[in-house]
Structures are given as structure tokens and as C-alpha cells.
Ligand binder design. Structure first.
Ligand SMILES: Nc1ncnc2c1ncn2[C@@H]1O[C@H](COP(=O)(O)OP(=O)(O)O)[C@@H](O)[C@H]1O
Ligand SMILES: [Mg+2]
Length: 440
């Protein structure tokens, strides 16, 4: 008797959902990535109860025909790649054709879409419950796509149990949205949480030249994180040692209407551009919370780049502190593998060592430019040039740093003790205190 059986499409989708949909933030990520890949200029994200009860993502992108809307619910149905070779040079955020069916199989799901190009005011609406299509109908809608996900994991109680509090889940969603909004300043984002407007970020215009894109990024960063002292980074190099790069425009872009042509790509194959904004010396954090790194506009975590940042800052960053930065690495999509992580959070560079070396160099050069600029400024005003911020030699090892901190704390505590030994009346009126000794 045969023991091996093919799983039904629905069970296979639920298994895939286990990889793609870890929590509400993964649903938001997949849906927003689809909107960005569909060339949306405006994306609205609404969530309820940390995404447990509602996630709705609405865009003004290309939209889908009725046939495509039905097809996108099938596993491995994608408009983004066709052949295995395409996997080697992915320029879109999605490519596996798994997210939509996976999300639909673990929620109550409504897809409403209308093609942007279509002249008919009618679109398509598909209602799916736990992966089963309940209704397909024509529906009036604005051009673009709206996907509503209610009661996530309602049919997988084990998964639902693992969700954290509403606040924690909402914080994960907001973190991802921050990354998306930083990577795409030219897209307007609205974020509504439990009926309250959290952000309304207008689209920031920018040209393709890097200086203009840095300006747009600065504006978006200011809107999201407030004012910080940030330095521009604009570095490019050739991965083949002997050529240097002088192009001012971006090298590779994803999800952009103006993607580089095939000939542009082959010309720029071995180049890397690193651009963005980094905190000036003294601007740092105790965690990596404000360290945003993107590879071809995809937010990534990469240990090599983390080290490179610390390396680049060298003495300008205290041990145990992390940089504030928003850095974009642009390289040939064929030089990076984005297919190594189920949620595509991690990437693998084919030339890891050079990427790390150039990232450190890009940071170093931006800091050097800042120091030489500030020393010219101070010379002009007759001041002593500003030294790079360095820790005292005694703080160079972790043990010494702890000692240094303990000493500081001791001094602060001492100061507090001195204050508390002075009678309160003396603090108010020293003359009274002198007259009556310590008694008030
Ligand atoms: N918001 C959207 N706008 C237009 N098309 C979309 C949207 N969301 C999904 N699609 C279509 O559905 C397909 C399947 O989406 P998905 O399952 O996320 O896979 P992938 O993004 O990997 O292709 C996409 O390739 C795209 O053609
Ligand atoms: Mg997708």
C-alpha cells in the first residue's frame, strides 16, 4: 500500500504560510512589497488590534485584470520572473509567487482590484475564507488594489497563540513600514492604527541623481525620526580593481518605472554605489534600532555590513554604541543572492569581502569629509580645528569602559549626596541655614 500522498493545494499553502507569514508584520511586508512592485505612488496601511483583527493595504498601482486576480491566488503564480535564470538577477521585491495564496489560506481575505489602464469603472472582488474561494464578483473600485486580511490565523489556533501583545505586533508592523517609507521617499504612505492616523507621509520628489535622492531621503528621515545631525555618503567603486566610477546617477534600482536598460546593466555590472546618510560623530544609539541598510532598495540584515559600519566609524563611535544610518547599496542584482531567507531578510553577496571593505571606506570618507570641512570652517573663524571625537585611551577596552562608567556614576551619586546633605531650607535660603546650623 502506498504511504506517500500528495498534499492538497490548501494544506500545501498553509505549510508555505508557515514560512512566509510569521506574524502580522510579515503580512504587511508582503502586501506593501506587492504594492511597490506594482508601481504604486500612494499606499495606505490600516491595522486593527496589532494586525490580528485587521490588515488592509490599499494602493494606486497597476491593479489586476479578473483573470490575473484569480491567478495570483494560485501557488507559484507570479508576474515577476519566468525562468530559473531570472532568479539570478531579481529587480523586484517579490518573485516566489507564494505570499498571496499563503496569506489567503490563513485568514479571511478580500481582494479588490481594478487595472489602472482599464477604462471600465468596474473592478473585481474575490472573497476567500481560509483558502477557499467564497465569492468572485464585479465591484466598483478606484484603480489599483486593496487587500483586506481579517482574523489572521483564525484557522490555525496554534499559530495565533504564539502572537505577542497588540502593542508588540503593532511595533513590528511600524518598524517594517519605517523601512519601506525610507526606501521609497517618492511614494506617499499613510498608516492608520486602530482608526487613528499615525503617519501621513507625502511623496517626496527626487531626480535620479544621487544628490537629489539624498535630499529626498533626508526629508523622509526628518518626517519619520525627527532632526538628527546626518552626513551625506556618496561613494562608488568598481568591483574590478582597475576601473573607477564617475556616474552620478544610480546604478541599480528596484521597483522603479525607470529601470536601467540591459546595456546599462552590462556596462555597470561590476560597480557598486553606496549612498545615503550617516550620523555625524557623537550621534549614536545603544542598539541597532536606527541602523537602516538596504541592498537594491531591499531592507537587509547582514553581519558583514554591520561590522563594516563599526569599522568605518572606528574611533568616532564609543564601544557598545551603534551608528545611526540609512545606507543604500546598489550592486548588480546578479552579484547578490536574495533567495537565501524565507522572508528575504538576509542576503548573500558573491563578493562579501569587497562589499564589506567598500562599506567601511564609504563611511570613513564621509566622516573625513566632515572633519576636513569643519576644520576649514573653524580656521576661517580663527578657532582651533575640531579634533575627531576620540575616547580617552583608558576607555579602549570593555573593562576600562565599565570602570569609566562606574567612576562617572560614582561622581554623579556623590553630587546627589552633597545636594541631599544640605538642608532643604538652606537650598531655599542659605542665610537662614547659616543662622540655625543644620536645623530648619
Ligand atoms: N497590489 C498588487 N498590485 C498588482 N498586482 C499584484 C498586487 N499584489 C499581488 N499582485 C500580483 O499577484 C502576483 C502574486 O503575488 P505574490 O503572491 O506576492 O507573489 P510575488 O510577489 O512573489 O510575485 C504578483 O506577481 C502580482 O502580479
Ligand atoms: Mg509578493
Amino acid at each position: 500500500m502506498n504511504r506517500i500522498r500528495l498534499l492538497s493545494e490548501q494544506v500545501a499553502n498553509q505549510i508555505a504560510a508557515g514560512e512566509v507569514v510569521e506574524r502580522p508584520a510579515s503580512v504587511v511586508k508582503e502586501l506593501v512589497e506587492n504594492s511597490l512592485d506594482a508601481d504604486a505612488k500612494k499606499i495606505t496601511i490600516e491595522i486593527g488590534a496589532g494586525g490580528r483583527s485587521l490588515i488592509r493595504v490599499t494602493d494606486d498601482g497597476t491593479g489586476m485584470s479578473r483573470d490575473d486576480a484569480l491567478l495570483c491566488l494560485e501557488r507559484h503564480a507570479t508576474s515577476k520572473i519566468q525562468r530559473a535564470e531570472d532568479l539570478a538577477s531579481i529587480v523586484t521585491l517579490g518573485f516566489r509567487g507564494e505570499a498571496v495564496p499563503s496569506i489567503a489560506s490563513v485568514s479571511r481575505f478580500i481582494l479588490t482590484t481594478r487595472e489602472r489602464e482599464s477604462t471600465s469603472p468596474e473592478g473585481t472582488q474575490i472573497i476567500i475564507n481560509g483558502g477557499t474561494i467564497a465569492e468572485v464578483k464585479a465591484a466598483g473600485s478606484a484603480p489599483g488594489t486593496s487587500i483586506e486580511v481579517r482574523q489572521l490565523f483564525y484557522n490555525l489556533p496554534a499559530r495565533r497563540k504564539f502572537l505577542r501583545t497588540e502593542e508588540t505586533e503593532a511595533a513590528h508592523i511600524q518598524h517594517y513600514l519605517t523601512l519601506a517609507a525610507l526606501a521609497f521617499p517618492e511614494v506617499a504612505f499613510t498608516f492608520v492604527k486602530d482608526g487613528r492616523n499615525v503617519w501621513q507621509l507625502p511623496a517626496v520628489k527626487s531626480e535620479r541623481v544621487i544628490s537629489s535622492r539624498i535630499g529626498a531621503l533626508r526629508e523622509r528621515l526628518r518626517a519619520l525620526l525627527g532632526d538628527e545631525k546626518l552626513l551625506p555618503v556618496n561613494f562608488s567603486a568598481s568591483l574590478d580593481e582597475d576601473n573607477s566610477v564617475s556616474e552620478e546617477t544610480d546604478i541599480f534600482e528596484t521597483a522603479s518605472p525607470e529601470k536601467p536598460s540591459a546595456s546599462e546593466i552590462s556596462n555597470l555590472k561590476s560597480q557598486i554605489r553606496i549612498w545615503g546618510l550617516i550620523g555625524s560623530p557623537g550621534v549614536s544609539r545603544a542598539t541597532r534600532e536606527s541602523q537602516f541598510v538596504f541592498v537594491n532598495r531591499r531592507p537587509v540584515e547582514n553581519r558583514g555590513i554591520n561590522y563594516a559600519l563599526i569599522e568605518g566609524y572606528h574611533n568616532s563611535l564609543m564601544k557598545g554604541r551603534y551608528p545611526v544610518c540609512c545606507l543604500f547599496l546598489e550592486i548588480d542584482p546578479a552579484a547578490v543572492d536574495v533567495n537565501i531567507h524565507p522572508a528575504k531578510r538576509e542576503v548573500k553577496f558573491h563578493r562579501e569581502f569587497e562589499i564589506r571593505k567598500f562599506t567601511a571606506q564609504a563611511v570613513r570618507e564621509a566622516l573625513l569629509a566632515f572633519h576636513s570641512e569643519s576644520s576649514t570652517e573653524s580656521k576661517r573663524w580663527g578657532e582651533r580645528p575640531r579634533e575627531p571625537i576620540r575616547l580617552p585611551a583608558a576607555c579602549d577596552s570593555r573593562a576600562n569602559l565599565r570602570k569609566h562608567r562606574a567612576m562617572n556614576e560614582h561622581l554623579v551619586a556623590g553630587h546627589a549626596m552633597t545636594r541631599s546633605r544640605v538642608p532643604s531650607c538652606a537650598r531655599k535660603n542659605p542665610a537662614d541655614a547659616a543662622r540655625s546650623g543644620r536645623r530648619c
